[in-house]
Design a binder for this molecule. Sequence first.
Ligand SMILES: NC(=O)c1ccc[n+]([C@@H]2O[C@H](COP(=O)([O-])OP(=O)(O)OC[C@H]3O[C@@H](n4cnc5c(N)ncnc54)[C@H](O)[C@@H]3O)[C@@H](O)[C@H]2O)c1
Length: 255
Amino acid sequence: MKLKNRVAIVTGSAEGIGKAIAVAFASEGAKVVIADINFDKARKTANEIGDSAFPVKVDVTKWDQVTNMIKKSVETFGRVDILVNNAGIVRKGWVKDLPEEVWDEVITTNLKGTFLCSKAVLSEMIKNNYGRIITISSIAGKQGEAAGSAYCSSKFGQIGFTQALALEVAKNNIIVNAICPGPIPTALGEYGIREDAKLRGQDPDEFRDWFISRTPFGVQGKPEQVAKMAVFVASDDCDFCTGSAFNCSGGIIMH
Ligand SMILES: NC(=O)c1ccc[n+]([C@@H]2O[C@H](COP(=O)([O-])OP(=O)(O)OC[C@H]3O[C@@H](n4cnc5c(N)ncnc54)[C@H](O)[C@@H]3O)[C@@H](O)[C@H]2O)c1
C-alpha cells in the first residue's frame, strides 16, 4: 500500500479524472475527501468508495468554502497530507470573440482555484512538516491550442504556480508537482472536442480522430492511467521530484 494512512483531498473528484484518482488513492490505503461543487455526485462517489471516503461540497473559487473544506477534512480524518488540485472546466473560443466573462470563469476556476486550495492547506502541511500538492494541469499547459486561449493560459499558469510554490515550501518537506494529461474521454474532454469541432465546422468524431492521431499511441488515455501517475507522485516513491510537470499524454507532448 503506497498511501497507507495518508489523508488526501481531491478537488473535482465527483467524476472523471478526479474520481479515478480518489478511487486509486483509497485502494492504496488513503482516506480521501471527495471535494466537488456537485455534492450529489460527490456523495455518490464517496458511497461507492466506502468508509475511507468523505464528501464535501466546495466551489474552489470561493475562499470561505475552500477553508471549510480543509476544516471538515481535518475534523473527519485528523489531518491533510495530500491535496490534488483537479477541479477544472474548459471553454473554447477564438480570442477575438471570447467574452471577458468566459475568460474570467476559466482562469478563476482553474488557476485561482488552484491558488486558493493550495494557500488554504499550507498551514496544516507546514504544521505537520509533510505535504504533497499535485495539480492536474494539461498538455494545454505546455503547448498552445487555437480556440483554447483561456484554458491554455490557466494550465500554463498552473505549471508556473507549481514551480513557484515548490521553491517556497521545499524547506517544509512539502513536495509540489503537476501532472499534464493528454486527451481523456471525460465530460470535460468530450465537451472540449464538441466545442472545438463546432468552431471549425467539423463533425466531433472527425475532430476527435484528428486529435488522437497526434498521439504516437493513437488512442485516448483513461482516467485510471492518470490516477496511476497521481499515486506515484503522491507517494513516498516520488521523494526527489518537486516543481515538475509530468506528462501523461500518450506521447502527444514530450517536453
Ligand atoms: N479530460 C481531459 O482530456 C483532460 C486533459 C488534460 C487535463 N485535464 C484536466 O483534468 C482535470 C479534471 O478534468 P476531467 O476531464 O476529469 O473533467 P470532469 O468534467 O469529468 O470533472 C471535473 C470535476 O470538477 C468539478 N468542478 C468544476 N468546477 C468546480 C468548482 N468550481 N469547484 C469544485 N469542483 C468543480 C465538476 O463538478 C466535476 O466533478 C481538469 O483540471 C482538466 O483541466 C483533463
